[in-house]
Design a protein around this ligand. Structure first.
Ligand SMILES: NC(=O)C1=CN([C@@H]2O[C@H](COP(=O)(O)OP(=O)(O)OC[C@H]3O[C@@H](n4cnc5c(N)ncnc54)[C@H](O)[C@@H]3O)[C@@H](O)[C@H]2O)[C@H](O)CC1
Ligand SMILES: [K+]
Length: 523
């Protein structure tokens, strides 16, 4: 499903009226009606105590339309308007007049919110229609007190378009924001509903199409979309291991023995063909006993047990043999090893996945990546991408998507920005918001499994962009699968690795289960 930023929605609005003659008034009527429809789907409207908290913009207008529809179904609706009535939009004003003529109780809250607070506590449902995509500065004063009262009401909260106070594009809370049980968003989901903390405020998201033409909802100019599964290529009957990718993993050290295992073995468990692990010779016997299907390349070590620079030529030979190279998991930050990585990055002429210490190696030396011709996939979490670019985590959080789009283009790379939710960016500026995964996955080793799965998706024959985003989907799905079996605290890299085959089988045989679990509901 496409995801629309504020600027995208405004363009859709413009086209809806100029190209199709679908006026804002029609859109508002459908929007408000869809909010009422959601409420009627889980509660009998007659006698239902509903409080509508409306701003003076069109978000408020939607709330007033919902009030009218619910009242007409017999609900007991009280409306509270917050804001300067001098500034009320035309459409909100029209709908305010309609409900006043219907005799609905409408109170304009200027300062004292005690009446409103009392009503909020008595309400069965509160409709939050204060701000939508028009939010353009931090919430303060009376608005902030009203939002606190809504959050403290203990009533069920339905937010109109976006939980008021959440930035629709970035998901940042602008001072204070409504914590909703449901959000009915119009046309398409906004990024801010899918990225934390916004995603935490949205509750269950319903997307109401409100009669936007499909052509607008699937417009190729919309650069963000939810990360939906791609068709996995069939495993042909007459094949051999080389057909599913020959992957070289340059990983591990005497200190980190799990990372190379998780990455090199996950490759096989996610369908990869030939897994070759070039690692510190000292740990090969141990790893061999844990994963005998991996082929090992014992490397010369530094005194502290990291991969030494002397392996450079041998690693370049191995890279020639491989279809895919992954470098970084568990390498340590020993200077000699980082220097080796820096020298290898521009010389490896194959698709290269750089993770963990491999990213540390190129931090501040991004031209090494820029000048690569073969595809590059980077898999940083927020801290790593901050170190990589020298931009603070706070700055990045202000606009993750904008930051990622710029970085992917600058580095001509596919970048997995791990977090909640993980974002996948492509060099052409497309962004995929991944909806699988859970906080239990934030553990050592989890990222190493992802490296192996990306290599496996490439090995199965997906193109780089599809392989990267499908791997992120599979990785998160595996994490959710383990959380459902073991509980969220029991999600470990080795458990995720073990369930990879079942996750792939699920995606091959029952893709509809994925959509049922992860897709946003439409109204
Ligand atoms: N575009 C669509 O498809 C549809 C949009 N609808 C609804 O309209 C809102 C957007 O309405 P808009 O009038 O542009 O702004 P808001 O109602 O979101 O905001 C109201 C108003 O508030 C002022 N404001 C902004 N930030 C603050 C603040 N921190 N403190 C105080 N006041 C603030 C600002 O001046 C805004 O103009 C959209 O979300 C939909 O709900 C249609 O009705 C349905 C289709
Ligand atoms: K709202």
């Amino acid at each position: 499903m496409k995801v629309a930023r504020v600027e995208d929605i405004k363009r859709m609005d413009e086209l809806a009226s100029t190209k199709y003659g679908i006026s804002q008034e029609i859109l508002m009527e459908n929007a408000g009606a869809s909010v009422a429809r959601l409420i009627e789907s889980f509660a009998d409207a007659s006698g239902l105590r509903v409080v509508v908290v409306a701003g003076v913009g069109n978000n408020g207008g939607d709330g007033l339309v919902a009030a009218r529809h619910l009242a007409s179904q017999g609900a007991d609706v009280n409306v509270y308007i917050i804001g300067d009535l001098e500034k009320i939009t035309t459409l909100a004003r029209i709908n305010l007049d309609r409900i006043m003529r219907m005799g609905l109780p409408v109170e304009h809250v200027a300062e004292d919110i005690s009446g409103l607070s009392e009503e909020l506590h008595q309400a069965d449902v509160v409709i939050d229609a204060l701000f939508g995509i028009g939010l353009n500065r931090p919430v303060s004063g009376l608005y902030a007190r009203v939002i606190d009262a809504v959050n403290g009401s203990g009533s069920l909260v339905v937010s109109v378009d976006i939980p008021s106070g959440v930035n629709g594009d970035t998901g940042q809370v602008m001072g204070v924001a409504v914590k909703a049980d449901y959000t009915v968003t119009f046309g398409l989901p906004k990024p801010g509903l899918l990225i934390y903390p916004g995603a935490e405020h949205a509750g269950e998201i319903y997307v109401a199409r409100i009669s936007y033409p499909i052509e607008l909802l699937e417009d190729e100019n919309l650069v963000i979309e939810t990360n939906d599964p791609v068709q996995l290529p069939e495993r042909k009957p007459d094949t051999h291991k080389g057909d599913y990718g020959k992957a070289l993993f340059i990983a591990g050290s005497r200190r980190y023995m799990g990372a190379p295992l998780f990455s090199a073995y996950s490759f096989l468990l996610a369908g990869g063909g030939y897994s070759r692990l070039a690692t510190a010779s000292n740990i090969v016997p141990y790893l061999g006993s844990k994963a005998s299907e991996v082929v090992y390349e014992p490397l010369l070590e530094t005194p502290s047990g990291s991969i030494s620079y002397a392996n450079k030529d041998r690693l370049l030979e191995l890279a020639e043999w491989a279809d895919i190279v992954a470098m970084g998991p568990g390498l340590t930050t020993e200077e000699e090893t980082l220097r080796l990585v820096r020298d290898l990055v521009p010389l490896i002429k194959k698709p290269l996945i750089l993770d963990g210490d491999g990213l540390t190696a190129v931090a501040g030396a991004l031209e090494l990546i820029k000048k690569r011709e073969a595809p590059t996939i980077l898999t940083p979490h927020l801290g790593e991408v901050s170190r990589l670019t020298g931009i603070s985590v706070e700055r990045i959080r202000e606009d993750r998507i904008g930051f990622l789009r710029t970085l992917c283009r600058e580095l001509n790379s596919y970048i997995v920005l791990k977090g909640a939710h993980t974002l996948v960016g492509t060099p052409s500026g497309k962004i995929y918001v991944n909806l699988t995964g859970n906080p239990g996955m934030a553990k050592a080793g989890s990222g190493d499994v992802l490296v192996g799965v990306i290599a496996a998706m490439l090995g199965l024959g997906l193109d780089v962009g599809e392989a990267t985003r499908m791997a992120v989907l599979v990785h998160g799905y595996a994490g959710d699968y383990v959380a459902s079996l073991e509980g969220i605290d029991g999600v470990t890299a080795s458990r995720m690795m073990r369930v990879l085959p079942r996750v792939l089988r699920e995606l091959r045989e029952n893709p509809e289960d994925f959509y049922r679990t992860y897709s946003l509901q439409t109204l």
